[in-house]
Write a protein of this length. Structure first.
Length: 191
């Protein structure tokens, strides 16, 4: 089996593994480790982060680095606003829609100028961050908990970025995008 095909297959298996889990189970305590583990515990954040990194890796110029930075920055803004709030119902729809939309961007190999691309991922990031903040334990030390999930999000985006550099080909990228889109559609139906 070709090396790139093995890598793509491994990425799909990795992305599908925690599918049954919810990214927001409310089982988190209060420290850095708990914040770090949080993004790995559910398919919605896992798929969104990997897809964001992968999509950014397919773009050119500064957009390759601006997109992940904007995602993390606006995710932190959303988290700070959500920390002492309850997430409104539309936030979960926004998270599910982000997964579906990012999958479509990959499936159709969409290239966007940096400003609209950053605006789009910024909207998605705000929803993800708000949910993280709203579901952080009341006893959490904000800086530690948020530092953990920001680092984990950067690692997941880096994994997606790294996968894009392997140049798996348009067919595999489209298949992965379709899988992510279908996952997002399923999440929308269950939000």
């Amino acid at each position: 089996m070709h090396k790139n095909l093995k890598t793509a297959a491994a990425a799909v298996v990795l992305a599908a593994f925690p599918f049954a889990a919810s990214a927001h189970p409310g089982l988190h305590a209060a420290g850095f480790e708990d914040g770090f583990i949080h993004p790995f515990t559910g398919a919605d954040h896992l798929l969104a982060m990997i897809a964001t990194g992968y999509w950014a890796g397919q773009l050119s110029g500064r957009a390759r680095f601006v997109i992940p930075a904007v995602f993390v920055g606006l995710m932190m803004v959303g988290a700070a606003l959500g920390f002492h709030s309850e997430a409104p119902g539309f936030i979960e729809y926004g998270i599910a829609a982000s997964v579906a939309a990012l999958g479509l961007l990959l499936a159709f190999d969409v290239k966007m100028p940096p400003v609209p691309a950053a605006g789009l991922v910024g909207l998605f990031a705000f929803c993800h961050g708000f949910a993280h903040g709203a579901e952080a334990p009341a006893t959490a030390t904000q800086a530690l908990f948020f530092g953990g999930f920001v680092l984990a999000s950067l690692i997941l985006q880096g994994a997606g970025f790294g996968l894009s550099l392997l140049r798996p080909g348009k067919i595999l990228s489209r298949i992965a995008g379709a899988f992510i889109t279908l996952s997002g559609a399923w999440m929308l139906g269950n939000a």
